[in-house]
Design a protein around this ligand. Structure first.
Ligand SMILES: Cc1ncc(COP(=O)(O)O)c(C=O)c1O
Length: 484
């Protein structure tokens, strides 16, 4: 049985990484949440047209089914790590709007900064009349990103747009077309980013062909026995069989696979990739859209490895719930395109810039990097305890970095067969009991934790208790089906 060894290895890596962090270690439990105004609940709950079922029916008629929602409820309001639906039901939120809310729902400072900006101007288009918040955010990101060299930052609106632009910049700088990505990686839903994404269903199904000159290498996975050495050997083989390294512009990967199951890149693999890139004049892109902004205990997850990438893509928790994304990189690389070659009407919206500056300040002022490390350690211990007590031989792995953690479910430890049905059952029982969870992984058999780092210990304990009860429900449901 390898599970014990695997978990220990991950725990060791996490510990080693946490000692490298340059940030203050003082962890603070921050915001407490006020109960929702009962009037708000009463109003929304009293309207028959506003029930979850009624809204679901309207949604099904008006919105394409391709836009899936994990929870069949409709949000009425949210605060820090809690959310209330239109019927007044309260939920603990461990999903954080897909890793967007490291600073929690409606962080008061972030909301205040956005409102203050709204009172000045909400849009001019940076390409028509520029504004200071864009420049201030670029300066801040340049200062935070790893690398002892001059940096520049492009701001856009979505994560996929950031990845698209990173590819454009890498191609323009190197004059080469090729991009190498990894199996299980997720980089977005636009056509170039889907080409880079290494998972067919549901993302790539029926919508190809994808752009040319995209190549793929395997990502290490202990369950399937693919090691970092195997992955690097496959990359060298790729250079011989399909991708002439002198025609490759960039290698892009997530420091911790997000949608792909919260697998961290082994530290030795980062170092080897950096050496390969330097040897062949290839740029290294760290896609930090999910793993960044304190989620792993450092500003950027690649900092755990000590390796410096040429470009970093960012989004999600950068602005605490406002849509903004960016590409941070070496100044000489970022300047590759002619004036007018980068941008977009809404890129770096001033309200989102103000929110991002405030969210970054909150991460700094509230000690959220240290909080992430501490939370990661306590979640690991609690999951191990809960798994052993409530679902023996079903929780195959607890992995991740800092508070970017996932637990993976299998049918049994002997075959380690991914169990997506069981995972789905845990998530749906958790929702019924008042906890929002989200799956991830190539087989959809892992639950990822993206709870706000600002959540109080009491809320986290409440969520964990619901998780354990949902696990027991899923086991009981399975036993009932087996008995029938
Ligand atoms: C690592 C990574 N890259 C890119 C994206 C795409 O971002 P967006 O959904 O904002 O386009 C995501 C979204 O989940 C992501 O996790």
């Amino acid at each position: 049985m390898t599970r014990k060894t695997k978990t220990t290895a991950v725990a060791k890596r996490s510990k080693a990484a946490s000692t490298k962090s340059k940030t203050p270690r003082k962890a603070k439990v921050t915001r407490t949440t006020k109960a929702p105004e009962s009037a708000v609940e009463a109003t929304v709950a009293a309207t028959p047209a506003n029930t979850n079922a009624a809204l679901l029916a309207r949604r099904e008629a008006a919105v394409p089914r391709g836009v899936a929602s994990a929870a069949p409820i409709f949000a009425a309001r949210a605060e820090n790590a809690e959310l209330w639906d239109v019927e007044g039901n309260r939920y603990v939120d461990f999903a954080g709007g897909i890793a967007v809310l490291n600073t929690g729902h409606r962080h008061p400072d972030v909301v205040a900064a956005a409102k203050a900006q709204e009172d000045l101007y909400t849009h001019t288009s940076f390409q028509v009349v520029p504004y200071e918040p864009y420049v201030a955010l670029a300066e801040k990101l340049n200062a935070l990103a790893p690398g002892d060299f001059d940096k520049k930052t492009l701001l856009v609106t979505t994560g996929a747009e950031a990845v698209e632009n990173a590819v454009k910049i890498a191609r323009a700088h190197t004059g080469r077309p090729g991009i190498i990505a990894f199996s299980g990686g997720y980089h977005g839903r636009t056509l170039m980013t889907l080409g880079l994404t290494g998972k067919v269903a549901p993302y790539k199904k029926d919508v190809g062909p994808f752009p040319a000159d995209i190549f793929r290498a395997p990502f290490p996975d202990a369950r399937t026995g693919v090691t970092a050495t195997d992955a690097l050997n496959a990359l060298e083989t790729l250079f011989l069989t399909d991708a002439d390294p002198s025609r490759v512009a960039a290698i892009i990967l997530e420091p911790v696979l997000g949608e792909g199951g919260y697998h961290p890149v082994p530290v030795e693999m980062w170092a080897a990739l950096r050496a390969i890139c330097d040897k062949h004049g290839i740029l290294l892109i760290s896609d930090e859209i999910q793993a960044g902004f304190g989620r792993t205990g450092t500003w950027f997850a690649i900092e755990h490895s000590g390796v410096t990438p040429d470009l970093i893509t960012v989004a999600k928790s950068m602005a605490g719930g406002y849509p903004i994304a960016g590409v941070i990189g070496r100044a000489d690389v970022m300047d590759a395109l002619e004036p007018g070659g980068l941008g977009g009407t809404y890129g770096g919206n001033p309200v989102a810039c103000a929110a991002a500056l405030s969210a970054i300040e909150a991460i700094e002022n509230e000690g959220l990097l240290a909080r992430s490390t501490a939370l990661g350690e306590s979640f690991r211990a609690r999951f191990a305890e809960i798994g052993a007590r409530t679902a023996p031989y079903r929780m195959w792995d607890i992995r991740g970095l800092g508070a970017m953690l996932a637990v993976e479910f299998v049918t049994d430890f002997d075959t380690a067969t991914p169990d997506a049905a069981f995972t789905k059952s845990v998530i749906s029982h958790a929702l019924k009991r008042g906890l929002i969870l989200l799956a991830c992984g190539m087989h959809g058999n892992a639950v990822r934790i993206m709870v706000p780092l600002t959540a109080s210990d009491a809320i986290i304990e409440e969520g964990l208790a619901i998780f354990e009860a949902a696990l027991a429900d899923a086991i009981a449901a399975e036993m009932q089906i087996a008995a029938e």
